[in-house]
Design a protein around this ligand. Sequence first.
Ligand SMILES: Cc1cc2nc3c(=O)[nH]c(=O)nc-3n(C[C@H](O)[C@H](O)[C@H](O)COP(=O)(O)O)c2cc1C
Length: 389
Amino acid sequence: MTDTAPTSRLFTPYRLGPFGLANRLVMAPMTRNRATADGSATPLMAAYYAQRASAGLIIAEASTPNAVGQTYPNITAIHTDAHVAGWRQVTQAVDAAGGGPMFLQIQHGGRIGHPDNSGLTPLAPSPIPLPETIHTPSGRQSAVVPREMTLEDIRNTVGDFAAAARRAIDAGFAGVEVHSANGYLLHQFLAPNTNRRTDAYGGSVANRIRFVVEVVNAVSEAIGPERIGLRISPGITFNGIADADADILYPALVAAVADKGLAYLHIAFADPDQQLFPHIRANWPGTLIANPVLPLDQIPADGGRNAAERLRAAGADLIALGRPFLANPDLVERLRTGAPINPVRDNYVTFAGGRAGYTDYPTLQSIRQETAIGAQDNSFATADRRAGR
Ligand SMILES: Cc1cc2nc3c(=O)[nH]c(=O)nc-3n(C[C@H](O)[C@H](O)[C@H](O)COP(=O)(O)O)c2cc1C
């Protein structure tokens, strides 16, 4: 394969604080529901991540810091020794495959959870249920009314994030990403439609960002700020969230954490044409990871390359891609060389587990090998025909 795509800074090394990245492409966190029932990572998951080791940075999927934070069945967790052991086989496999640093995303589901998944009533800033159904082992069910968190629940949850971060480092991760996006617990504190509290954690913008800032501070104290990323998704409506005052809330949040020396800020569904993006870029002194908005039904034929270049031009340091990495284990090589991109198969969100749609996406190398074997088969057939056999 020859290099056909123009050279780009996307494929040049980058220094992320103490960590060296081979390129500026980041595998976005993606929940794939392949963990054991107790939330431990498996050898199949180690194989999946190792296949994607050429990403400059891998952010491993949302993992819950305590039992009540569990969202869906078979998601990963990071609050027991078994979870550490499970994840360690993943970080070791990526390392053995020549991979760069890995961060683990820590996610508390808040109201996105169900007693049939966690065995517990979900906790949230306010007792407002998700107006949608939630996947459970017996199919989709209406969301339950979550229990409003007490101040003690808040303190304990902040502590659970810090403990989970320590465990992630024990498991061989370079750092953790605090998940404050996509409508999960931290986002539920930020958004006025899910946070109706009247205490110090609700009401004003300063109050609604308090919980996220406390989590960031506690995790910083536990593992060091240079090992923490923060993911946000201003303005998205996923999981029933309505960020009514995103234009003032996110600048306030960014200002509150800007001087903490974090590894990065990560914007999910980043649109360079929206006013918030340049504002956040201008006010964030550190590394900015941006995850472009790609079509929902299918990834583009260029694997997101054009969208990535646009965000780079708008000031993003690193570009995170989700489904393009899901469907293309060797995405970096494909983007660099302009090679064809595997489309995402429609079974990518599955609760059935297994290899299908997970570790069986072909690489360029496996396609070349198959083609060579096919050509050999053909030449045998031709020789057979010539010989009249
Ligand atoms: C199967 C799947 C699972 C996802 N799980 C997570 C997750 O665990 N944490 C998270 O922050 N975002 C998650 N996302 C969102 C992705 O990180 C990303 O923001 C989204 O897919 C858009 O990027 P893309 O168009 O490149 O796929 C998930 C997306 C997909 C498709």
